[in-house]
Write a new protein. Structure first.
Length: 303
């Protein structure tokens, strides 16, 4: 009797063990099938999410300052090629000049100018305060009442004679570093003061002469390119005048003149302009408008 009972127990236990094993194995098989079919999902870790997130091939970086437009290197190259050709064919188009200036304003050039500013008390003050020149900030209505030979009055009269305004200067937007962008913006806004201090007019010939003067003093590549290529398509009489009169003047004065990037023009508006030229080491060139008038008159007389 005892033997029969033990046999019955074994016959009950063994099938139970087998049934449990098959059930467990069946769960594993179903789990594997679901995983294979993609029906089973586990929450992804942050790392997996970051790795699996699809990114665009060209994702434009965030701007570094208001108005900044980040560019890839190939875009800068295309801008340089397009603007250089455009500036050569149509030098009166300011958009080409602006784009050419920024596409060639290499960091090492602007870093050198910034170093010059940091080594000068006026330059350091300019970098610290970051002033911007507008009709309002310069108070043009007040400048016209300054003494006749003052920088402020001369600047105001020059703006009126040439029909320009400090408000027309385009903000820098393609230079990556904010401080270097300000350095180039400062150069751009001071350009009219360079015209004022030298007396060079806003005609093609005058701009070319001033570009060489700026290149010798500041070393900005765009100004050197302008001085090199801009004389090619102009009249031969203008080119001869540039090469014989204004290029020698620009090379000499641009080299010996104090760095103009350090001049805080807004602070010295009441200074006598002749005294300022002497302090900066600038010799005023011959009046270009007068030379052009004489050349035209002589041509008429000969003709």
């Amino acid at each position: 009797m005892l033997i029969v009972q033990q046999a019955q127990k074994r016959s009950f236990i063994i099938p139970s063990i087998i049934s449990s094993g098959l059930s467990y194995l069946s769960k594993d098989i179903r789990l594997a099938d679901k995983m294979e079919d993609g029906e089973l999902h586990f929450p992804k870790t942050e790392f997996e999410k970051s790795q699996n997130k699809s990114k665009p091939l060209f994702q434009r970086p965030e701007p570094n300052y208001p108005g900044h437009v980040p560019l890839y290197n190939f875009e800068k190259l295309l801008m340089f090629l397009g603007s250089s050709i455009g500036a050569f064919v149509n030098p009166t188009n300011n958009n080409f000049i602006v784009s050419l200036g920024e596409s060639t304003a290499f960091p090492w050039v602007l870093n050198r100018l910034r170093t010059q500013m940091l080594n000068d008390p006026n330059g350091r003050q300019i970098l610290k305060e970051r002033p911007h020149m507008t009709s309002k900030s310069l108070n043009l209505d007040e400048l016209k009442n300054y003494p006749d030979n003052s920088l402020g009055k001369s600047y105001f009269l020059w703006l009126e004679r040439e029909g320009v305004s400090p408000d027309t200067r385009v903000p820098v937007k393609y230079i990556t570093d904010p401080e270097l962008a300000f350095v180039f913006q400062r150069y751009r806004e001071c350009h009219d003061f360079y015209h004022t201090i030298t007396g060079l007019p806003i005609v093609r010939e005058g701009e070319i002469a001033l570009k060489l003067f700026e290149f010798m003093n500041l070393g900005i590549p765009m100004t050197g390119l302008g001085a090199l290529f801009a004389p090619i398509p102009i009249k031969s009489s203008q080119r001869r005048r540039l090469l014989s009169v204004y290029y020698p003047w620009a090379i000499k004065n641009g080299t010996i003149c104090k760095p103009l990037i350090n001049v805080y023009w807004e602070k010295i508006m009441k200074k006598d302009i002749d005294v300022l030229r002497s302090e900066l080491g600038i010799e005023k060139p011959p009046d270009m408008r007068e030379l052009r008038k004489k050349a035209k008159l002589k041509k008429k007389q000969v003709g």
